[in-house]
Design a protein around this ligand. Structure first.
Ligand code: ZN
Length: 329
C-alpha cells in the first residue's frame, strides 16, 4: 500500500463530513481523475460547491489546495476554513452564501496521487506548477522547471497532465463565464520562506499583468483596511520566476476569451497563490528539516495555530466575489 494512503483517506473523509455538514448548501462532485500510477491506478479528484447554484454562476470565488503532494498543510487550511464556515452560521460570509449572494467552489486536493505517494509531483513525476506549457522569459536553472527527466524534481512533463486538465475544466465550468466583477481564487501552497506570501501573476515574467493596478489596490486594501499586514503581497516573479505556472496560463486564457462574452467583458479574474512560509519555526523544531515533509509544513507545536490564522484572510478574499473594484479603498 502507498505510504500516504491513510493520510489521503483521512482528508477524503473530512471532505465527506464537510459536505454533510453543509446540508443542502453543499454539493460534492467527482470531477475527474489523477494521472495513472505505475500500477495503472487513478485517484478521483473532487469538487465542493458551496452555495446556491445561481450564486455560483453569478458571484463565484474559488479555493484550491494540494497541488503539491507534500504540502499537506494547505489541504488542512482549506478544510479547516470550510469546517469553520459551515459550523458557525453567524459569520458574514455564511449569511451571504445562505442568502444566495455568493458561492464558493473548491478543489481540496488537486494532486491526490502526490499525497498518497508522499511526493511533490503527480504520479507521473510531473510538477504540476511547472506543467502549463508557459515558457518563462528567464527561469532559474532546474528549480524553475526542466525537461530532463521525471526522475528529478521540478520536471515540467511533455503534455498537460490529467490534474492540470481537471483544473482547466474547473476554470471553464465555474470561472471563465462567471459574471462577478472580481473573480477571486486562492491556491494554497507552503514551504517557501519564513513569511506568508500572496502572489498574483505572472510567474513567468517580470512584466506586470493587465490587472496589476487592481492587484496593488487589493493588496493595500487587505493590508491597511482589513489588517492582513502579516501577508506580503506582490507578483510572483518578484520572489522567483518559473516555467509552466498553471495560473499564468489560465490568467492569459481568461484575458483572451472574456472579450467575446458580453456578460463577462468587465470581469476580472484574480488568481492568488497563498504560499505559507513554513521555515520560520525551524528554531522551535530544528528536527523538522530532517523530516520528509518538514520544511513544507509548520512544526507540530504551531500547526493548529497556523491553520486557524488563515480563516479571516480566506474569508475576506472570498467576499471579493460580491464586491466592486471601486469598493476597495
Ligand atoms: Zn507548492
Amino acid at each position: 500500500m502507498l505510504r500516504g494512503m491513510k493520510r489521503l483517506n483521512r482528508y477524503e473523509n473530512r471532505i465527506l463530513r464537510i459536505a454533510k455538514l453543509g446540508g443542502k448548501l453543499v454539493r460534492l462532485k467527482q470531477f475527474g481523475f489523477s494521472s495513472k500510477t505505475e500500477e495503472g491506478f487513478r485517484f478521483p479528484i473532487y469538487v465542493l460547491e458551496i452555495g446556491k447554484p445561481k450564486a455560483i454562476k453569478k458571484n463565484v470565488a474559488a479555493l484550491i489546495a494540494g497541488v503539491h503532494g507534500l504540502e499537506t498543510i494547505g489541504i488542512r487550511v482549506l478544510l479547516d476554513f470550510l469546517d469553520d464556515l459551515l459550523s458557525h452560521k453567524t459569520s458574514v460570509l455564511y449569511k451571504e452564501i445562505k442568502n444566495g449572494e455568493l458561492g464558493v467552489v473548491c478543489i481540496p486536493i488537486l494532486n491526490p496521487g502526490g499525497v498518497a505517494m508522499k511526493r511533490r509531483s503527480n504520479p507521473r513525476g510531473v510538477d504540476l506548477m511547472r506543467n502549463s506549457g508557459v515558457e518563462a522569459v528567464k527561469a532559474p536553472f532546474f528549480f524553475g522547471g526542466h525537461k530532463y527527466s521525471n526522475f528529478f524534481p521540478y520536471f515540467r512533463g511533455n503534455v498537460l497532465q490529467s490534474e492540470s486538465r481537471v483544473l482547466d475544466r474547473f476554470f471553464y465550468e465555474y470561472l471563465l463565464n462567471a459574471e462577478n466583477e472580481m473573480i477571486p481564487v486562492v491556491d494554497i501552497h507552503s514551504g517557501f520562506g519564513t513569511i506568508d506570501h500572496v502572489w498574483w501573476p505572472y510567474a513567468s515574467t517580470h512584466d506586470p499583468c493587465a490587472d496589476e493596478p487592481l492587484f496593488q489596490k487589493m493588496a493595500n486594501h487587505f493590508t491597511n483596511t482589513l489588517n492582513h499586514y502579516l501577508y506580503r503581497f506582490g507578483p510572483q516573479s518578484e520572489t522567483y520566476t518559473t516555467h509552466g505556472d498553471l495560473w499564468d496560463r489560465l490568467y492569459d486564457l481568461f484575458l483572451a476569451k472574456r472579450k467575446f462574452n458580453p456578460n463577462t467583458r468587465n470581469s476580472r479574474f484574480l488568481p492568488l497563490t497563498l504560499e505559507m512560509g513554513t521555515w520560520s519555526d525551524i528554531k522551535i523544531d530544528p528536527w523538522k528539516i530532517f523530516r520528509k515533509r518538514g520544511i513544507f509544513n509548520p512544526a507540530r507545536e504551531s500547526k493548529q495555530k497556523s491553520i486557524i490564522s488563515h480563516r479571516k484572510f480566506l474569508s475576506d478574499v472570498m467576499r471579493l466575489a460580491k464586491q466592486k473594484a471601486d469598493d476597495l479603498v
